[in-house]
Design a protein around this ligand. Structure first.
Ligand code: GDP
Length: 506
């Protein structure tokens, strides 16, 4: 910027200090707005050419939290196959159907709401059992679960998918409730389950820990009330709140399908705002004008609030499960955003090809070096066995300790978060690779900085601005945040870092 403005760097720095910028150094990351502001200070006329084009972004968390409204918890049920996830969901779903409802057949829309008699609050259950769905959503940056209920069958105890579920829940930082199911069975041994869970790192209440353990039978209904109440209690401790007033609607797509007579339908779980008929939503590269909204009982709804799932028809294309959806002020803007995102998607695809090439190139370099070395030995008259003895590394590439360079990705939309992850994950060679800790939608937060610090990760921000206070606290935590608007540059920078990280060989 200094060279464009034809001023000396110290002049620029003192000007910035005059403008109350803090912690300025020569690697200070400056966004376009800031650069524009400073250029104007020097009397330049600023013409911002926004190459990224129109888009929609999640609103920042409000400073004043008093206007926030309490919301229901969103609960996911996880556990090993056949341990009773579906039966538990069915039990709760049945209890959610009003008595007067004919036949009481609910349609599955990806989530449903239960209103316990004992509480003012309701509970939203995500109806997509299995970790695959949870994981897929998380990978796409959709952190919609507030509480995980871990189901363990009392006669089987901890199984491989139970351990997997524990791992995912911990890495998501979501509180857990253990439901020991099938306690009606004669061979049920809930105490063994508790002991096994504790051995697998679950801080169970029975042993003085924080994780509640409820003994249930989804078949007979035993303990189910208790489970429901425990969910409410844990939710109350979490003090879940959402912004509802004067804010664009935001949320996630849970499921989508083409329905006969209705066309493209998708279930939308609100995170913020109040969804009303006539509003325009953009999700991924499709949009919709909300005309028909239905709850899980197929009843038409006039509005939906946070943590409340509704099925919406009228999408131009089918959005994807896990897509972040956000309100646009009108149809014209929605179309512009979609067109723009499509263009970027195309660019990202091209970047993917570039990345493939880069990968191959790095590997080729490595392979050719190995071949060359072996050749040198052979030229000197060594036999293959002798070379193996002298330089076992040349033959056992898998055994080489690969150094990982860890990244956290924060991107504007789930599609780009995923694309960035795919572009850099596995980039590198046998000695050093890029590793993605997680990829999420939304600007970097204090919690990202903490996780970056503890894991030694660099935060890559794609297509978004980094708030000044976040940039400051990252720099004082020694966490590197890098901003990119063009995927090629991002890949290039990662490749450079990897190259610099390559272990020196003696
Ligand atoms: P999922 O794979 O985890 O969704 O498990 P399901 O809900 O499909 O349950 C697997 C089997 O266990 C089914 O045959 C259920 O009827 C049975 N089951 C589920 N909960 C209970 C329970 O509390 N007691 C008994 N005896 N059987 C149960």
């Amino acid at each position: 910027l200094a060279s464009i403005l034809r001023v000396r760097v110290p002049d620029l720095v003192s000007k910035m200090k005059g403008l109350e910028f803090e912690n300025i150094s020569n690697d200070y990351i400056m966004d376009a707005d800031t650069a524009g502001l400073i250029a104007e200070e020097y009397g330049f006329e600023v013409n911002q050419d926004d190459k990224l084009g129109a888009d929609l972004f999640p609103s920042p968390e409000p400073k004043d939290k008093t206007s926030l409204k309490s919301r229901s918890p969103v609960v996911t049920i996880m556990g090993h196959v056949d341990h009773g996830k579906t039966t538990i969901l069915d039990y709760f779903r049945r209890s959610s159907i009003a008595k007067d409802e004919k036949g009481g057949i609910t349609q599955r829309i990806g989530a449903f709401v239960v209103k316990p008699k004992s509480s003012e609050r309701s509970i939203t259950f995500l109806d997509t059992p299995g970790h695959a769905a949870f994981l897929k959503m998380r990978e796409r940056g959709a952190n919609m679960t507030d509480i995980v209920v871990l189901v363990v069958a009392a006669e089987d105890s901890v199984m491989p998918q139970t351990i997997e579920a524990i791992k995912h829940t911990k890495s998501a930082g979501v509180p857990m409730i253990v439901a020991i199911n099938k306690c009606d069975k004669p061979d049920a041994n809930p105490d063994k389950v508790v002991a096994d869970l504790s051995r697998n790192g679950v801080d169970v209440e029975d042993y003085g820990g924080e994780v509640p353990v409820i003994r249930i039978s989804a078949k007979t209904g035993m303990g189910m009330k208790d489970l429901e109440e425990t969910i409410i209690t844990v939710a109350e401790l979490l003090e879940l709140k959402a912004e509802t007033q004067n804010i664009p609607v935001e949320g996630w797509i849970l499921e989508s399908q083409v329905k006969h007579g209705l066309g493209n339908c998708a279930t939308f779980l609100l995170k913020k705002g109040i969804l009303k008929k006539g509003m325009i939503l953009v999700a991924g590269t499709t949009w919709c004008k909300v005309r028909v909204m239905k709850d899980e009982n197929g009843k038409s709804a006039t509005q939906a609030k946070p943590a409340f799932p509704v099925e919406i028809s009228g999408w131009k294309d089918i959005p994807e499960a896990g897509d972040f959806a956000i309100q646009a002020k009108n149809e014209a803007f929605a179309k512009k955003v979609v067109a723009n995102r499509e263009r970027r998607k195309q660019q990202l695809m091209e970047a993917d090809q570039v990345e493939d090439m880069n990968n191959k190139r790095l590997k080729q370099v490595h392979d050719s070096e190995r071949v060359e070395k072996i050749q040198e030995y052979q030229d000197e008259g060594f036999s293959m066995d002798e070379i193996k003895q002298l330089e076992p590394d040349l033959f056992e590439t898998e055994k080489i300790q690969t150094k990982r360079v860890s990244y956290i990705i924060k991107a504007d939309v789930s599609g780009s978060a995923e694309a960035v992850r795919q572009s850099i994950e596995g980039l590198g060679n046998d000695e050093v690779t890029a590793f993605v800790l997680y990829a999420e939608v939304g600007p970097p937060t204090e919690s990202d900085i903490e996780r970056a610090k503890s894991s030694g990760s660099t935060i890559l921000v794609f297509n978004m601005k980094v708030a000044r206070d976040i940039a400051n606290s990252a720099s004082s935590a020694g966490v590197k945040i890098q901003e990119f608007g063009v995927i090629y540059h991002l890949i290039e920078s990662v490749v450079t870092t990897l190259t610099e990280t390559l272990p020196v060989k003696f």
